[in-house]
Design a protein around this ligand. Sequence first.
Ligand SMILES: *[C@@H]1O[C@H](CO)[C@@H](O)[C@H](O)[C@H]1NC(C)=O
Ligand SMILES: *[C@@H]1O[C@H](CO)[C@@H](O)[C@H](O)[C@H]1NC(C)=O
Length: 494
Amino acid sequence: MFLTKGLICIAFLALANAQFATNYASGRNGMVHLFEWKWDDIAAECENFLGPYGYAGVQVSPVNENAVIGARPWWERYQPISYKLTTRSGNEAQFASMVSRCNAVGVRIYVDVVFNHMSADGNSYGTGGSTADPSSKSFPGVPFSSLDFNPTCAITNYNDPTNVRNCELVGLRDLNQGNSWVQDKIVDFLNHLTNLGVAGFRVDAAKHMWPGDLAVIYGRLNNLNTAHGFSSGAKPYIFQEVIDLGGESISKSEYTGMGAVTEFRHSDSIGKVFRGKDQLRYLTNWGTAWGFAASDRSLIFVDNHDNQRGHGAGGADVLTYKVAKQYKMASAFMLAHPFGTPRVMSSFAFDDTDQGPPTTDGHNIASPVFNSDLSCSGGWVCEHRWRQIYNMVAFRNAVGDDQVSNWWDNGSNQISFSRGSRGFVAFNNDNYDLNSSLQTGLPAGSYCDVISGLKSGSSCTGKTIVVGSDGRANINIASNADDGVVAIHVNAKL
Ligand SMILES: *[C@@H]1O[C@H](CO)[C@@H](O)[C@H](O)[C@H]1NC(C)=O
Ligand SMILES: *[C@@H]1O[C@H](CO)[C@@H](O)[C@H](O)[C@H]1NC(C)=O
């Protein structure tokens, strides 16, 4: 069995080699995870906010039918009942309409696909009306039978790859992706989504599947649908959930030949830095020197839907919206720095780590409420609508491919750098003020600091920063400032 899988792995790795491009529309960068949002709300958000503010893509919650579980925890969406596209976020027609509306305004859709497993015992009723009997491994909505699953056993040893990949994650019935019927059903599901116009996939629990089986599945994926504006021959962008913080037998390098991976070390390291456990000056070699995968193989984030609530690879150092100042600083650094493909988390507020999204009646998901300052309420946090974050998406778009230059640090926690001659950013995470003349790399002129305000015509609602003919500007960030960052770029010149 393992010999066969090894041979398949070698045969297909070469085929599945084109899935690293994000398929973003030209001039756009930055993905947001609109966790648990409804499809109609995402369609409107693409048109009203994400398109106009320069976001490139949205990761959406799982689209396939999931088990309806008691108090409706968020994690019920990770318990599939079938591949029908009906969930609390909407039905297939609503999903298809959202994809079309978002693509029309230059915002691409990436689906969180869950095919390592089906639901656990006792979770038998689906959001699309299907029923299942997980105890006998019967999922007629697909259909899958007991023949399609690995034997029942629990994951107990993360140093045993066979145990991690062939046993059940928290009792979730473990599909055998080496089985050709299972492969057919997964490929049909993914190709159906591609046909509807999606641009790629986040592969849930990839670490719990054999790389050789994934290579077979990826090798059978259709090219993107040119009717949605993708170039002919474009492949779905694939980013695989592989939690590799070191110290386990399974390595992300087993997966980076086939697609990107969710780089959890980035989340862990950036949290430690902006919590003051590591100095900002060390960020000078941010990237693979920190143990991250290569830039085009790293999907990066400050927090994700799991680790923000201590699930998955949750660590005490992960920053979330609950630590707003440090969170905004870390997000600004992630978006200012050229490393990786950044994803912004957009959360609903939670106290209990199992708590699901805001609802109108305990079951139906509530829509976010938008305030005049662009922020959200109604139980939604909408970090992507925080000025310090959406303006850094615009910064990233403005600086393009320009590299880091003019690095400066004060030997501890004050740093600044430019992106060529198109953007400049400075951070103060020390407990004393920063007040220095720094080289910005930018042409002389007055610029609006996009962290403290917005450019409005020829004025700025926040700080104005004056760059002299020598490229230097006086940069002042008090240790008790609301935001420990200033950022200017060529599109914010006054
Ligand atoms: C930078 O950090 C040092 C401590 O290492 C501090 O004494 C100094 O004032 C800081 N420099 C600037 C320019 O703020
Ligand atoms: C910053 O330093 C300059 C002199 O270099 C001084 O004139 C100015 O008052 C200082 N600003 C603050 C807020 O300390």
